[in-house]
Write a protein that binds this ligand. Structure first.
Ligand code: FAD
Length: 451
């Protein structure tokens, strides 16, 4: 088929972080672009992920701030929290963002189809309404979907998709999983006053993060009142006549009573029923779309970016991948993604953030490493009579003095880490950190004071 005979130069499936960026940049390079979205423009991050979650974290922080306020001379009378007010304000902001992303597509002359799309061949897409469309290139940016394990009564459980819409604040919530999404919601509900029980299949939390920090988070959150049940996956959930849920976990004599059960046990690439087989697009072991380092799948005209490729499931990565794809295919720029030193955070309470190698990874890769740490009680915690301590760790290559990783837990650690990540990415040495004068008084100054 000659180029001009295709309906579009690019058809994007999924208007999330990666899809919207790829659409906009491809259009700015002069491509005729259309995008299909089956739910809401903006995708997981904006509609039911990072953004609404962070707003709930902000909302729940007031519990601590208001408690501390009296130390600073403030009297706050009649403190009361109203879940529907916070929930509706968050959902209103989600509407605003949905509109903003839609406007971005409109301004860039990207045609939108607000319906599901499936692939019918290397250049073919079918919309749910039945319309067939052709495109020179297809970009699959369909994201990932929460996994719901098989157990009796799992229909009574919710995932992160539904948690933002809860009709009321659960008095008791059981959260299955100990990854970042599970622990962020554990922190939110704990701060808002729910009794939180985290149940997990293994005996570890936050796999992949630095071990000392994980341990610190566990200690602090237990002291804050979160209950953990390890090696105890849910086996059954029974709904009682009064609406109470009885959560049975492996090996338990009695059920855990709950008003809501949130399952956060991972997210799987969103490929079901997508028609990938019609174009010879192959999947990997975890069901992810296999791509090369230019985001090309096993079909020459079909590319994939973001969570559906299951490389690093983070918004800024999906955005970069979408941008790089559009620049390469339509902008004649050979941009590749560098996956080293991607910073990430867990918005738990307190939050945790890291970049580069953990101590264990660095020892495996470099053998001889030096570990510097600062275990300190932040000024605001001392003033609030809060015993919680922050912990910063810096991992350094003993031979070259290069900083290989920084990991931290404590108030505002994600905000601090983003700046420190620039130094790690740039390959700066411990001596460069030492040569930097501290900014006092701050928590971040610990980064340049570790000896
Ligand atoms: P998505 O943004 O998921 O977009 C995919 C889109 O495709 C969706 O809108 C979907 O409806 C649509 N779609 C799927 N199939 C079809 C089809 N057949 N036809 C039409 N449309 C279709 N990341 C961070 O970096 N920081 C965080 O703090 C963070 N917090 C998170 C919290 C939660 C609760 C969750 C669930 C995720 C969080 N993430 C976070 C991850 C982040 O949201 C994802 O990495 C990111 O959204 C991936 O972007 P994407 O473009 O690959 O997919």
């Amino acid at each position: 088929m000659a180029e001009q005979e295709y309906d579009y130069d690019l058809f994007v499936i999924g208007a999330g972080s990666g899809g919207v960026r790829a659409s906009r940049i491809a259009a700015s390079h002069g491509a005729r672009v259309a995008v299909a979205e089956e739910y809401r423009v903006g995708g997981t991050c904006v509609i039911r992920g990072c953004v609404p979650k962070k707003l709930l974290v902000y909302g729940s922080h007031f519990a601590e701030e208001l408690q501390d306020a009296s130390n600073y001379g403030w009297t706050v009378e009649k403190m009361h929290f109203d879940w529907p007010t916070l929930r509706d304000a968050v959902l209103k902001d989600v509407d605003r963002l949905n509109d903003a992303y839609t406007t971005t597509l409109e301004n860039n002359k990207v045609e939108r189809f607000l319906e599901r799309a499936t692939i019918t061949g290397p250049h073919g897409v079918r919309l749910a309404s039945g319309r067939d469309i052709t495109a020179k290139y297809i970009l699959v940016a369909t994201g990932a979907w929460p996994l719901m394990p098989e157990f009796e009564g799992n229909e009574h459980c919710i995932t992160s998709n539904e948690v933002f819409h809860l009709p009321e604040l659960p008095r008791r919530i059981v959260i299955q999983g100990a990854g970042y999404i599970a622990l962020e919601f554990a922190g939110i509900f704990n701060a808002l006053g729910s009794a939180v029980t985290v149940v997990n299949r293994s005996d570890a939390i936050l796999r992949g993060y630095d071990e000392t920090l994980r341990d610190r988070l566990l200690q602090i959150t237990m002291a804050r009142g979160i209950t953990y049940r390890f090696n105890c996956p849910i086996t059954k959930v029974e709904k009682q006549e009064d609406g109470c849920l009885h959560v049975w976990v492996k090996g338990a004599q009695d059920p855990i009573p709950a008003d809501a059960v949130l399952v956060a046990t991972g997210r799987r690439p969103n490929v079901a029923g997508l028609g990938l087989e019609t174009a010879g697009v192959e999947l990997g072991e975890r069901g992810e779309i296999r791509v090369d380092d230019t985001a090309k799948t096993t079909c020459d005209s079909i590319y994939a970016v973001g969570d559906v490729t299951d490389r690093v499931q983070l918004t800024p990565v999906a955005i970069r991948e979408g941008h790089a794809f559009a620049d390469r295919v339509f902008g004649n720029k050979d941009v590749r993604i560098d996956y080293a030193c991607i910073p990430s955070a867990v918005f738990s309470q307190p939050p945790l953030a890291g970049v580069g190698l953990t101590e264990g990874q660095a020892r495996n890769a470099y053998g001889n490493v030096k570990v510097y740490s600062s275990d300190f009680r932040p000024m605001k915690n001392i003033f609030a009579h809060r015993p919680e301590r922050g912990l910063y760790k810096m991992i350094v290559d003993a031979q070259t003095d290069r900083v290989l990783g920084i990991h931290m837990i404590g108030p505002d650690s994600p905000e601090i880490l983003q700046a420190a990540a620039i130094a790690v990415k740039a390959g700066l040495t411990k001596a460069d950190f030492d040569a930097t004068v501290a900014l006092h008084p701050s928590m971040a100054e610990e980064l340049v004071l570790m000896r």
